[in-house]
Design a protein around this ligand. Sequence first.
Ligand code: PLP
Length: 388
Amino acid sequence: MPRNQEFETRAIHSGQGADPATGATITPVYQTVTFTQDEVGQHKGYEYSRTGNPTRVALEQCLASLEGGRFGFAYGSGMAAIHGTMQLVSAGDHVVVADDLYGGTFRLFSEVLPRFGVRFTSVDATQIEEVAKACEPDTKMIWIESPTNPLLRLIDVAACGEIASRQGARLVVDNTFATPYLQNPLALGAHIVVHSTTKYLGGHSDVIGGAVIVDDEEMANTLQFTRNATGGIPGPWDAWLTLRGTKTLALRMRQHEHNAARVAEFLLERPEVARVYYPGLTDHSGHELAKRQMRGFGGMLALDLAGGEAAALAFCAETQLFSLGESLGGVESLIGYPWTMSHAAFPPEEKRRKGITEATVRLSVGIEHVDDLCADLERALDAAALAE
Ligand SMILES: *Cc1c(COP(=O)(O)O)cnc(C)c1O
């Protein structure tokens, strides 16, 4: 028996043996709809690419290995993966959700799924007793993200997992921000992990995708059945691009984190910056929990500009290396304005309750040289100060 391989090795080899048909070292893009059968019902494991495709299977096995689960399912987007996960509940079921969620997930849970009779209660999951209190006899699922977007709040995965298990419910963790390199929710007691692979896993801002990873076979069967029944798969090219990105996740995450920590230190020194949110800072509310349940603090951070809305808008307009845009987790640095961009779907009072204001700016720190990134931020802060 070979010893359990390390993360970096699994990222490059899990699910990615030489191609059985040709020996191709790199998993080919199986750009085919169908697979020729020798006789009726006699095939090599593949029939039709919605049901199964070898390029997609390679990605799924790799992602499952990186999350420490036995079964992976790739979807055409993170939202398709989240919707796919919700096929595990039925009309009448109750779901407890953290109130600090990706905007698209909030929209699905507040405007689409209630039409199908799924009931949601949202709670401040940083207060773990709130999660327990919100559970009802029909609660079948608890849904959290950690760290959260954009203020990087930490939620105790193990404690939520215990509440879910006690309740006979399942804990789902959207692990997009942390990535499997820094956090493995299944090992902490979660039952289901979801990803927008669009972000760090793909890592190059060139392909949309999503994934669900579970260890339980019955759940896996339901996910395969419902994904095949509903059809939210990625194409083989997208699966291939995502798999290529995933190979370098460890290298990239180390550099993202190194750069984010330096950027956080830089911003702390600047008088134009009122507050910096980064889990690696010892005064961050989730710092101790991050040290317990993560292997690092990641590449995302947020800040409040002392000059309020005008300064924040000017800052966002002035950075050059940090492109102003939605998304995160690519090799290139991005800057975003949560108030009207990523969190536009939340009502203003809801944003304020979460701690997001018109002065809040989010940074996805890329893997460029950190000195250039700090120089870009410095110049933009100077320009923003003039705008006040
Ligand atoms: C982007 C994102 C999603 C949605 O993923 P898409 O690939 O854009 O559909 C879900 N959750 C989190 C935390 C995200 O950042």
